[in-house]
Structure formats: C-alpha cells, structure tokens
Design a protein around this ligand. Structure first.
Ligand SMILES: [Zn+2]
Length: 399
C-alpha cells in the first residue's frame, strides 16, 4: 500500500510513471512511455494555447442551455461525460460537511483528536479507528434517496449518451439511482464496499456488513484475519483509485459534451479534468455559482485555461446557475424528457419509501429521518480526502 501523498498537482501524470522505474524495466518501455507522455504534453499545449492547425470550432448554436440541448439531440453528441460533486446530493439531505457552517469540525472535540483532519488521515485511522466510526455513525444518512439530478444521470445512461460519470461523492447515490459500476468513476472512493486493511488479505465487505458494525459500535474487524476493515473511501494519505487515472486517459479524448454538476471544482486532481476535453467539446456547468474559470494548475504554468463563459472569446462554455435538480429539470424539458424524468423519480422514490418502510418496522432507528434543517441526517463521511489540494467543495454549501 503506497502511502505517498500521492495526488498533488502533478498527480494524474505522475501516477502512471512514478511506479515504473524499477531497475529491471527495460529501456524500450521507458522510451515508449516517455513518448506518450510527450504526446500528451504536446496535445495539452496545443489545446491550451490554441497552437496547431485547429481553430476552435463553435459546436453549439448558442451558449445557453437550449444550445446544449440542440447539440445533445444532434448526431454529433454521442459521448457525454458528467463530473459531479456534493451539490447534487444536498437535496437528498446529505450536506457536504466540508463546507463551513455544518459545524462538523467543531463537534469533533469529544474524539480527542490531535487536530480535526486527523479523523480522515489513513495513518491516524490505522492507529485510532474509533473516532472515524463514531462520526460515521453520527452522520449516517437516514435514507439513501437519490435526487432528480441523479435520475437525470440515469436517463442519460438509458438514452445511450452517458460515457461516464465521474463523482467526488462517496454517498453511493449514483448507484442507488441505477448507474452501474461500469458507468462510474468514484474518484474519492465509496462507502459501497469496504476492504480488510491487511495487504495479504484484502477481503471485501458490503455496505450492509459495514453498516451493521457501525451501528453496533464495534470497530469493524476482518472475519478472516482480524485486521481492521475500512470503507473504500479515499482518506488523506491515500491515492485515488487507479480506475480514475486509467479511464480519464481514454474518456476525455472522446467526450463530445462535458456536464459539470454541483461542484465548485476546488479539489485536485478531480478539478483539472475539465481541461482534458478536446478543444471543441462544449462544457455545461450546472451549479450555484460559476466556477472553473481558471485552473490553478494551468495558471501556475502560465497557461490560461479553464472555462470561459463570458468573454468575447467564449465559444463553448455554458453556465446555468442554480439548484442542480432545477437545472437538470430545465435541461430535461428542453430535451423533451421532462415527463420521463418526473415519472422515473416518482417511481423510484416510491420503491425506496416502500422498502424503508419495511425496514424501519424491523429495526429501531436511533435517528428518525429529520428535517434537513437540523443538519444531522447527513452523510456517511463525505469528506474523505484525496490528499487534495484544497478540500472544500462547496458545491453544496447549504443554504
Ligand atoms: Zn483480513
């Protein structure tokens, strides 16, 4: 288990490479990977600086939601990639507890942490897992009910348009809404599965198994080897899942439309994905505020990248500001999918209600579904780090 503080700015590229240089790796391999690295840089530069023969082509007939919907209905739009953050889960009652005002860190005193962030650090967790699990118990969602926005993602899948959904969320709501493993890159991991931390064992456990341990106040130990078992969320000090780095390479070469939902693009390397799309690929942001205009990594290199919604040169970026559910509904309406979306939400929510009705008869829940205002029915720890640059995705700054 590599414990390097992997994912800084250079993360994505550093990753594939830094594992490589074993003394026995032959020079041919070295050269090959060096060349593809160069290709990558060349493409990046030409994209960013507008070098080369490519002139940005204006693909959207207008830089509005309607323009995006026209494009989506055309033959040209086959592969949609979505990038989603905490803002798509807030209406499910899952606040982003990194955002100021949720008071999470203020409530951590009782755990005797050396400093608040320790609760999400892998090395601290291995020594002292109790605070994390106590917090998980406190924040465990009363119900996993995906939002309109989650079901919009599901519709994209059903229409054959969804190439991939990259999520920063660990609440598993994309899966609950019907996206499958294959459709997802859970960049910051997920609560959906857990693993034994012993590198020789690595036995996998389910969400139900973990939930039972969390609520019985037992520190989850492996059935097989008695080592500690950890949910597969990415802690500080851990690398992002390999799947993130592999799929990013291929997905972002063939994406026809990027839709960014409910994230302020503050966490690296996730945020830098927006700069990986081809020059002509339109990018739609649905979020409470504009974001992504300058990519910190790019501006550090002196390259102006990032999204451009408003300048005279703007040619492909569209911002729809507001609530993610409303934004998705508006887009669905333009696409002629509104009824379908509403029916899907109704049907799926009814099924979840029916199920949880049965479940709550069977067990006594310590925390009945509270109103959102009480700030307590929250997520399974949402925060988990990525060794991110900055960790405040405020996509969901609660109102
Ligand atoms: Zn084990």
């Amino acid at each position: 288990m590599a414990e390097r503080d992997a994912v800084g700015v250079g993360g994505p590229e550093a990753e594939g490479d830094s594992d490589a240089p074993d003394s026995d790796s032959d020079s041919e391999n070295g050269r090959a990977s060096g060349e593809s690295e160069m290709d990558f840089l060349r493409h990046l530069l030409s994209r960013t600086l507008g070098l080369g023969s490519e002139k940005p082509e204006k693909v959207l007939d207008e830089l509005t939601l309607a323009g995006v919907s026209h494009f989506m209905q055309s033959e040209k739009c086959k592969n949609v990639v979505c990038m989603v953050g905490a803002g798509i889960s807030t209406s499910a009652g899952i606040p982003d507890f990194r955002s100021p005002g949720t008071g999470l860190y203020a409530n951590l005193q009782s755990y005797n942490l050396p400093y608040p962030e320790a609760i999400f650090e892998i090395n601290y967790f291995k020594q002292h897992p109790e605070p994390f699990f106590a917090l998980a118990r406190e924040l465990y969602p009363g119900q996993f009910k995906p939002t309109v926005c989650h079901y919009f993602l599901r519709l994209l899948k059903e229409k054959g348009l969804l190439l991939r959904c990259y999520t920063q969320n660990i609440d598993t709501l994309e899966r609950v809404a019907g996206l499958e493993q294959e459709d997802l890159v859970e960049a910051h991991g997920t609560f959906f599965t857990s693993h034994c931390l012993s590198s020789s064992c690595r036995k996998q456990y389910t969400l139900d198994w973990m939930k039972e341990r969390i609520f019985s106040s037992l520190t989850p130990k492996c059935d097989k080897c008695q080592s500690l078992v950890k949910p597969d969320i990415v802690f500080f000090g851990e690398s992002l899942p390999a799947r993130f780095f592999t799929l990013m390479q291929s997905d972002f070469q063939k994406v026809d439309l990027l839709i960014i939902l409910g994230t302020s693009l503050q966490v690296q390397p996730f945020a830098s994905l927006v700069s990986r799309v081809p020059t002509n690929t339109p990018r739609l942001l649905i979020n409470k505020e504009k974001t992504g205009q300058s990519d910190p990594f790019m501006s550090m290199m002196g390259l102006g990248s990032g999204m451009d919604f408003d300048s005279e040169k703007a040619y492909r970026d569209v911002a729809w500001l507001g609530d993610c559910d409303e934004g998705c509904t508006a887009l669905a309406e333009l696409l002629g999918w509104k009824n379908e979306l509403e029916d899907l939400v109704k049907k799926e929510h009814a099924a979840i209600d029916a199920k949880s009705g049965q479940a709550s008869e069977a067990r006594t829940s310590p925390s009945p579904p509270l109103s959102r205002a009480t700030a307590s029915p929250s997520p399974a720890p949402k925060k988990p780090g990525t060794s991110p640059e900055k960790e405040s995705d405020m996509g969901s700054k609660a109102e």
